[in-house]
Design a protein around this ligand. Structure first.
Ligand code: NZQ
Ligand code: ZN
Length: 386
């Protein structure tokens, strides 16, 4: 096992009716900016619950943060933070609203001229404006990690940022929010969380027994819960397991002491940047071909996944590993997620080259657990994903 430090200061407040606890989590003398997305919280009652819990607080609102949060929109929110002298932010939404808030947390204290530099120059944030979250969509794990991804459509960029200053102070995770989530977003949530585990697990054996079993447990739970939550999003037990699995998939725990990949995410971000395809779906496009390409390097963990998660008892390592890749692609399909780029756009010719150029510009020239996913390899993987 590799050496590691585990630091996660997020106060995770989980369960029914926890939104009422907001008043014990935010001090009344702070001026609060409440941030949200396109309005789902106004239809499902979450907005009213938050407002009620913050009765008597000085609250300013900023709505309209879109899926794949957009830099231009966030710059408008930054203006509000400065003009209104905001002390604390409350993100009420899914990964996009939370990620947007993380960008703002960093940008609010940024001393440079242009906050885009935080993303473009990959500046780590050691201190940000404090914020908390009310999660409305299990998927990204953003509620319990310190990373964020922000898009800028005018230049087709989708860039990641992070740092120890960007952990939420608290996150309220009430599984009852799941009942209003559209099927497409539930599918996205399951696929994204499942892929997060794979990025931290599907590398090579390193004798990390606990991390492997945690990862396998999260993936088994997602496979078990996916049909239940799809059939009935108001099934509280299923929703609670779905939500906790998504948080656990990317709160830093399972990646400690082990090699991680993340090349699928980095390549897939280029698809969202160019075509606006939902994040989770871009992962499903890239991952099967990436694993076929890296078959030799990944086959032992692929076989272990087949044995322990899929309960495959027969066959040699190669057969089990092949079975695993097929089963992962079938799992995406079972969620209603297409796994070829041509199923999302007709305009895919030449995309792989553009993606490779963008990765090169960002310095992402040695991705993967062995640092051998170069832009040229990304082209091969993407061309097979058309
Ligand atoms: O905007 P509203 O109206 O709120 O609607 C949202 C949005 O349209 C809707 N929604 C959310 N909660 C709902 C709901 N609809 C009904 N009922 C509810 N309870 O769902 C839509 C999608 O929301 P979004 O926040 O975009 O989804 P998700 O949580 O999947 O976040 C995706 C973003 O997170 C980034 C992705 O790249 C993408 O930009 N990621 C962030 C990560 C992180 N910070 O660690 C890691 C991930 O790998 C990922 O890259
Ligand atoms: Zn993801």
């Amino acid at each position: 096992m590799k050496n590691f430090e585990l630091y996660n200061p997020v106060n995770l407040v989980f369960g029914k009716n926890q939104i009422t606890k907001l008043s014990s989590l935010i001090s009344k003398d702070q001026k609060v900016l409440m941030l949200y997305g396109g309005g789902s919280i106004k239809k499902n009652g979450v907005y009213d619950q938050v407002k009620e819990a913050l009765d008597g607080y000085d609250v300013v609102e900023f709505g309209g943060i879109e899926a794949n949060p957009e830099f231009e929109t966030l710059m408008k929110a930054l203006k509000v933070i400065k003009e209104e002298k905001i002390d604390f932010m409350l993100a009420v939404g899914g990964g996009s609203v939370i990620d947007g808030t993380k960008f703002l947390s960093s940008a609010a204290l940024y001393e440079g001229d242009d906050p885009w530099e935080i993303l473009a120059k990959r500046i780590r944030t050691n201190k940000g404006l404090p914020f908390g979250t009310v999660l409305t969509l299990p998927a990204t794990g953003s509620e319990m990690n310190s990373g964020a991804v922000v898009s800028r459509k005018e230049i087709n960029k989708k860039l990641a940022m992070g740092g120890p200053g960007l952990f939420p102070q608290f996150s309220i995770c009430d599984p009852t929010v799941v009942k209003s989530i559209p099927q497409r977003q539930i599918a996205n949530g399951v696929a994204d969380a499942f892929t997060h585990v794979l990025e931290q697990y599907m590398t090579y054996p390193i004798g990390a027994l606990v991390q492997d079993r945690f990862s396998e447990g999260i993936m088994s739970s997602l496979i078990e819960v996916a049909p239940k939550i799809t059939a009935d999003p108001s099934d509280y037990d299923a929703a609670a397991n779905f939500m906790w699995a998504c948080t656990m998939a990317l709160n830093g725990l399972i990646q400690k002491g082990v090699p991680t990949d993340w090349s699928v995410h980095m390549i897939a971000h280029e698809i969202t940047a160019h075509y606006g395809v939902d994040h989770a779906r871009t992962l499903a496009i890239v991952l099967p071909r990436a694993y076929q390409y890296k078959f030799e390097e990944k086959k032992e963990k692929l076989a272990q996944f087949a044995e322990r998660v899929l309960d495959v008892k027969t066959g040699n390592i190669e057969e089990k590993a092949s079975h695993a890749i097929t089963a992962i692609e079938e799992f995406y399909h079972s969620l209603g997620i297409d796994t070829k780029l041509s199923e999302y756009t007709e305009d895919y010719e030449g995309f792989a080259q553009k993606a490779a150029e963008s990765l090169t510009q960002q310095g992402m020239v040695k991705l993967g657990e062995h640092g051998d996913i170069t832009p040229e390899v990304a082209v091969e993987i993407l061309e097979k994903s058309y």
